[in-house]
Design a protein around this ligand. Structure first.
Ligand code: DAH
Length: 379
């Protein structure tokens, strides 16, 4: 028995050294086979049991079984250690879990579409309906019904892509005023977004195909103040809470009076450069903007406009948005409304023009370049 115990201790000692030294799971398996396999070292020891006196055999069997249990436990521990070492090595070699993942390519709403949606959302919240109409219109809707007779010089700038003698791609969304008023009785409150086409030479501010959003409100007692209120609200929604709107006298055959609409430059707010220590400049006309957003006339204040150098408004402090005015009585008559009973306002803004200050873009062509980098920045 003493000899068996000694043999067993020797086997266990060598097994422990070999198991600890195994560098791979494969090597460990070889160690297992060498010691615990069918013809392994433990089997050799076990075979010596037969040489022992009968009384010692159960004790010897138990000693061998205990040793096998301890060896198997040691094997298991060594296997676990090797496994986690292999896993760590694999991670280090092929997967850097901190490496930034490849960003998925996600589409987004086009900035022009987003301005249309945001503007329509503003107007629908105020009770307006959104209407859309044909992109090719007879000259009647494009011109005649809008108080632009065939010989009127105002046709010149609109008179663009003719499809036949009387049908042309619409140069503005104003035909939707006529279509809507012909189909409905007042009160009318609509906005009409859509594509327009003109033979303009393409440059940083012009496209031959672009979008407009038209607005029309006709009812009893409608006046210019309603227009100013609605457009100021729109500008605040699109550009920020302090926007101011101003009307510049202008001429459109379908409105009287007519005005171009400007809003304070959303970038410099008409106040000049934001650099520290820069002297606050006054908006055009020596007007000062109070925190309420209402321009207040001041006297004796030097107009620092020319020194502003704002690259968004060129230092004027204002951004031009489009045309507007009170619907001309001839237009109301044309659709069978009595101008002595009803009055209304209308406006037409270029959507890409709204996009320039909205996204601080300096060239209108960026909107049609389909450059994913550009669109991603605005998404
Ligand atoms: N249709 C005009 C244009 O494209 C813009 C315009 C001016 C629309 C005055 C209006 C308006 O509704 O009242 O230049």
């Amino acid at each position: 028995m003493a000899k068996l115990t000694e043999m067993l201790a020797d086997v266990q000692r060598r097994f422990a050294a070999d198991a600890d030294a195994a560098e791979s799971e494969h090597a460990l398996e070889s160690v297992r086979i060498a010691y615990l396999g069918r013809n392994g070292e433990v089997t050799l020891v076990r075979r010596t049991i037969g040489t022992l006196p009968e009384s010692e055999r159960p004790g010897a069997g138990k000693a061998i079984n205990d040793a096998v249990g301890a060896m198997e436990a040691r094997l298991e521990a060594a296997r676990g250690k090797l496994e986690s070492r292999r896993f760590d090595a694999e991670l280090a070699a092929s997967i850097d879990v901190t490496f930034p993942a490849i960003a998925p390519q996600v589409g987004s709403i086009h900035p022009v579409r987003r301005i249309i949606e945001q503007s329509c959302d503003y107007f629908t919240r105020h009770g307006f309906a959104v209407v859309v109409g044909p992109e090719a219109e007879p000259d009647y809707y494009n011109f005649d019904a809008l108080n632009i007779p065939a010989d009127h010089p105002a046709r010149e700038s609109f008179d663009s892509f003719w499809l036949n003698d009387s049908l042309l791609l619409r140069p503005h969304t104003s035909p939707m005023q006529i279509r809507t008023m012909q189909q409905h009785r007042p009160p009318i409150a609509i906005v009409a977004p859509g594509k327009c086409f003109r033979r303009d030479a393409v440059d940083a501010r012009h496209l031959f195909q672009f979008h407009q959003i038209e607005g029309l409100l006709v009812a009893q007692g409608i006046h210019l103040g309603h227009l100013k209120g609605m457009l100021t609200g729109l500008c605040r929604e699109l550009f920020g809470a302090d926007q101011v709107v101003r009307f510049r006298p202008s001429y459109f055959p379908f409105t009287e009076p007519s005005a171009e609409v400007d809003t304070t430059c959303p970038k410099c707010k008409g106040r000049g450069p934001t650099s520290p220590g820069a002297q606050a400049a006054q908006p055009p006309g020596g007007a000062q903007v109070r925190s309420t957003g209402v321009p207040v006339k001041t006297t004796g204040v030097p107009d620092a406009r020319s020194a502003l150098g704002c690259n968004m408004c060129g230092g004027s402090g204002w951004i031009e948005l489009g045309g507007s005015g009170m619907v001309h009585p001839n237009v109301l008559r044309e659709v069978g409304y009595d101008p002595d009973v009803y009055s209304g306002w209308a406006f037409g803004f270029g959507v890409e023009r709204l996009g320039l200050p909205r996204y601080e873009v300096d060239d209108i062509r960026r909107f049609i370049d389909s450059d994913p980098d550009f669109l991603e920045q605005l998404s």
